[in-house]
Design a protein around this ligand. Structure first.
Ligand SMILES: [Zn+2]
Length: 390
């Protein structure tokens, strides 16, 4: 539900904004949708008081991997469900649209959403049209660099990178040639690559080795599904990180969670984390098929990382400052800015026992839950949609 308030003050909360180094009792005054003052015991000056005592106020949360073309296949979900309906102000589609669908995406999804919607254009012209079980890169004609470049140039304001499925199933007989072409295209367009790893969909093809994928990646590119238990993941047969993974991380390749129906496994996560490899981003890989479990929303995914040992401060940093950097948008997203339109999330940190469930139905006792309370964009304050959460 949306309320519009010309002026309001978020009063009595804990403001946690890692980009600005703020963590403490600070009130936020918003006038005509613009952040006007941030101070302890802030004056209200006639603004409507929204009592957020006991709550955590953060920069607008950013979910960097979802499937947001509602009506497209089994996956597409309304962006406002995982977005402002889940306490999240920015959501990013990971490759639903190839170049030919990008204008439809813009007109139908981005322009109709209350949440800010950004986009990774799919390297394959097919994008998410067929669903993930098809060989969408296995014919060389399914990549059209000129058309991708034209579509990107016409939509630069919403495009944050190029999505590629680095699986044996998607690549088929083309082998690593699509990676090579993606690399050249990313360099030419100055866009990072978002690379899906993990063979969760096709069982009849040989998995692609992570080392072969990482050879094509550079600083700023993103590997998503870092905690996948499927073939093609970060660990070798003995549960050790492939050495190429460490090298890539050191060279600046970013690692994202991408929970999803298949790709957050607590055992894998523990092994990866125990070996010192940290996630750069946290994301849901949210779609229609995982909204009501195991994923639910970004705050729940953040709470699962807390159950794996991260602090609230760390997961908020991942979902704000780090996510903005990963998208190349740290100049405009990921922090609360004086004089700029309000872009704020309000969360409740609950101290309670609950059972976190991963993509393989593995469980973990969690002592803290993170529940969305509001998403705020400008003058609009959104309540979460009332789906059951764990
Ligand atoms: Zn995905």
């Amino acid at each position: 539900m949306e309320r519009r308030l010309p002026s309001f003050v978020l009063k009595g909360g804990r403001l946690l904004d890692p980009a600005n180094g703020w963590d403490g009792p600070l009130d936020v005054l918003v006038r005509n949708g613009i952040v006007e003052a941030i101070e302890p015991n802030g004056a209200c000056d006639g603004a409507k008081v929204i009592d957020v005592s006991g709550l955590v106020v953060t920069p607008g949360l950013i979910d960097v991997h979802l499937h947001l073309m509602k009506g497209l296949g089994a996956f597409g979900v309304d962006p406002d469900i995982f977005g402002v309906g889940s306490g999240v102000t920015t959501v990013v589609d990971a490759g639903s649209a190839g170049h030919s669908l990008l204008n439809i995406f813009r007109n139908y999804v981005t322009n109709n959403a209350r949440t800010r919607v950004l986009n990774y254009v799919n390297l394959s012209t097919l994008g998410g049209v067929t669903g993930p079980g098809y060989s969408i890169l296995a014919d060389s004609r399914l990549i059209d660099e000129d058309k991708i470049a034209a579509a990107v140039e016409a939509n630069r304001d919403i495009i944050v990178g190029i999505k590629i499925m680095a699986t044996g199933g998607a690549l088929g007989a083309q082998g690593m040639k699509p990676l090579e072409r993606a690399r050249k295209l990313g360099d030419a367009l100055k866009l990072p690559l978002l690379v899906h790893i993990g063979e969760s969909w096709t069982k009849d093809t040989a998995p692609v080795h992570i080392g072969d994928v990482l050879r094509y990646l550079r600083a700023g590119d993103i590997v998503t599904h870092m905690f996948t238990a499927h073939p093609g993941g970060l660990l070798d047969g003995n549960g050790k990180l492939w050495p190429q993974v460490r090298d890539a991380k050191e060279s600046g390749v970013l690692m994202d969670v991408g929970h999803g129906l298949h790709n957050l496994n607590f055992d894998v996560a523990r092994k990866v984390l125990d070996q010192g490899l940290q996630p750069d981003g946290v994301s849901t890989d949210g779609h229609r098929g995982n909204r009501l479990g195991p994923v639910y929303d970004l705050p729940t995914t953040m709470a699962k990382l807390m159950a794996l040992g991260f602090s609230l401060e760390q997961v908020v940093e991942m979902a704000t400052l780090n996510a903005a950097r990963l998208l190349g948008r740290a100049h405009e997203l990921g922090s609360i800015r004086m004089g700029q339109p309000a872009d704020i999330s309000v969360l409740r940190l609950e101290e309670r026992d609950w059972e976190a469930v991963d993509s393989q139905k593995g469980t973990l006792r969690a002592g803290r839950a993170l529940v969305p309370v509001y998403a705020i964009r400008g003058q609009s304050i959104y309540d979460p949609v009332p789906d059951d959460r764990p």
